[in-house]
Design a protein around this ligand. Structure first.
Ligand code: SAH
Ligand code: SF4
Length: 498
């Protein structure tokens, strides 16, 4: 009900749009479908009992090792799987060789990750021989692709394969893993709602990921995500706001909101609320902390978004805005639904509105039919924008995506050659961008030391730039002011000032 009250007070005109049935349906949807079911809580208890009995008998605990492949959303999912495992009584280990349960949360975005996962599984045959009680669980995007699921079924060392909807029935699956014989496979139903009350084991004490939506509706022609993660489903704003409030209360200072396309947040809920509204509401939370977000699709980035960033002091003045290519012909083939001109207009607007804004981006090199001329358009766009950093990818054909069967696949030597040219240009742009900080004072959230002797401290600016400085004047996990004296393409260097 708090949620409804908050909507009503936010914008009364919206209330008129709601009929009673719609309100009732929303409450029902929220209560029943958006939390871990009571049945699952029972399974958590059942597994706890199994583990406690085992530990009482043997005097040893059951240890789990979890590894993530892929994006930040996968990292956040692994934090939730780990939280659930610890609620069930498992103890964590950082050493895969000591684990009794190994869980790999997988990625399917590029072939490279898949090869790595299969290689790691091969090496685990030895662990399985040495510890016959060892259980190996695979979950996530990779097996949601039918050809990979088929392939992995023949891997004898794997005990359980779960799809991307894993969270909702994870305790039950773990119970089955320890009470039933045979391989467990559950790859049904990718289109699930994000769940609310999952215990989360945060990997960092000041930085936290907050997934605000799941799935993707965009179907970029090279990308497997919509096929393995289903359609977009947003969490309700008050659920996100209370999670962030709770994190801030616990001392988190750098919060990143996650979604495949955060700019379409709440479109599926049709409640007259959007991502900019969420940023404004989060900005009102008391406390000193930073709000970041990713990923922002250029086709849905509005002027309202950039105006909001400009007006919210807690929202970082840095936007990750993946452009993918500078050629309009390639952007069309990619189904990105914007042109390079529209992209540049967004950047120009943001630069006008947001003092000191920086951009990073993703670029795919060697998309099918990409010519030298197309690639030069990408170089030219990179030159014009002056990104502070770039994530560059060699195009990797993904089964069942339209691009994989396009004529004109680019030979790998040409892809690599273009990739290296792009890297070279970006290194030059990063250094140019970082040189602008020399002589300026930047605010840094400190996060660790770069050496064992703890002489140099490292942290990040609002724009996510790495800053290094002598440690004696710094305090770990705090905001400090650093005057910049030197710059490289990967970091800037300076001294703490009072
Ligand atoms: N939702 C985000 C991106 C998610 S995937 C967005 O739209 O921006 C992260 C990045 O991986 C993409 O931006 C793209 O640059 C890259 N990528 C996705 N599929 C790829 C493929 N088949 N080959 C190479 N890179 C790919
Ligand atoms: Fe993939 Fe495009 Fe969706 Fe990003 S927006 S996840 S690239 S389909």
């Amino acid at each position: 009900m708090d949620f409804l009250i908050s909507i009503m007070s936010k914008n009364t005109s919206i209330v008129e749009l709601f009929c009673i049935e719609k309100l009732e349906k929303m409450i029902k949807l929220r209560m029943e479908d958006r939390k871990l079911g009571d049945g699952q809580l029972e399974y958590i208890e059942k597994v706890r009992n199994i583990i406690r009995d085992f530990s009482l008998k043997t005097g040893i605990s059951i240890k789990y090792f979890a590894r993530t492949y892929g994006c930040q959303q996968n990292e956040n999912d692994t934090e939730k799987l780990s939280g659930l495992l610890e609620a069930m009584g498992f103890e964590p280990t950082n050493d895969i060789n000591f684990a009794d349960l190994i869980i790999f949360n997988t990625c399917a975005v590029r072939e490279h990750a898949e090869r790595k996962i299969l290689g790691n599984l091969g090496a685990l045959m030895k662990n399985k021989r040495e510890n016959p009680a060892l259980k190996i669980v695979l979950c996530g995007c990779m097996f949601q692709q039918p050809h990979m699921a088929e392939k992995i079924k023949s891997y004898r060392q794997v005990d359980m394969i779960l799809g991307t909807h894993v969270m909702g029935s994870f305790p039950e699956k773990i119970y089955k893993l320890y009470t039933e014989k045979g391989k467990i496979i559950d790859l049904e139903n990718i289109d699930t709602l994000p769940l609310e009350n999952i215990p989360t084991k945060r990997e960092n004490s000041i930085k936290a990921w907050v997934t605000i939506m799941s799935g993707c509706n965009n179907f970029c022609s090279y990308c497997v995500v919509p096929y393995v993660r289903g359609r977009e489903h947003s969490r309700y704003p008050d659920d996100v706001i209370s999670e962030v409030k709770d994190l801030v209360d616990k001392g988190y200072k750098d919060i990143t909101l996650l979604g495949q396309n955060v700019n379409s947040y709440c479109k599926d809920l049709d409640i007259g609320y959007d991502f900019s509204d969420l940023l404004s509401d989060l900005n009102k939370i008391d406390g000193k902390f930073r709000i970041r977000f990713m990923t922002s699709h250029p086709k849905d980035a509005t002027r309202k978004l950039f105006d909001t960033i400009a007006n919210c002091e807690k929202v970082c003045k840095h936007v990750h805005l993946p452009v993918q290519s500078g050629s309009d012909r390639i952007l069309k083939l990619m189904n990105r639904r914007y042109t390079s001109e529209q992209y540049l207009a967004l950047v120009e607007y943001a630069e006008k509105k947001i003092d000191g804004v920086t951009f990073t981006s993703d670029i795919i090199v060697g998309f099918p039919t990409e010519t030298e001329e197309d690639f030069e358009k990408t170089l030219s766009l990179v030159e014009k924008v002056g990104f502070n950093g770039l994530y560059t990818f060699l195009y990797s054909p993904r089964e069942n995506t339209p691009a994989a069967i396009m004529d004109g696949q680019v030979p790998s030597d040409i892809k690599s050659e273009r990739f290296n040219r792009l890297l070279e240009l970006q290194n030059q742009k990063s250094i140019e961008s970082n040189l602008r900080y020399i002589g300026k004072i930047v605010e840094v959230l400190t996060e660790g030391y770069t050496d064992e002797e703890k002489t140099t401290m490292t942290g990040r600016t609002d724009e996510n730039i790495i800053v290094k400085f002598p440690a004696e004047a710094g305090v770990l996990n705090e905001f400090v002011k650093v005057k910049i004296e030197r710059a490289a393409n990967w970091a800037i260097f300076g001294r703490v000032v009072k």
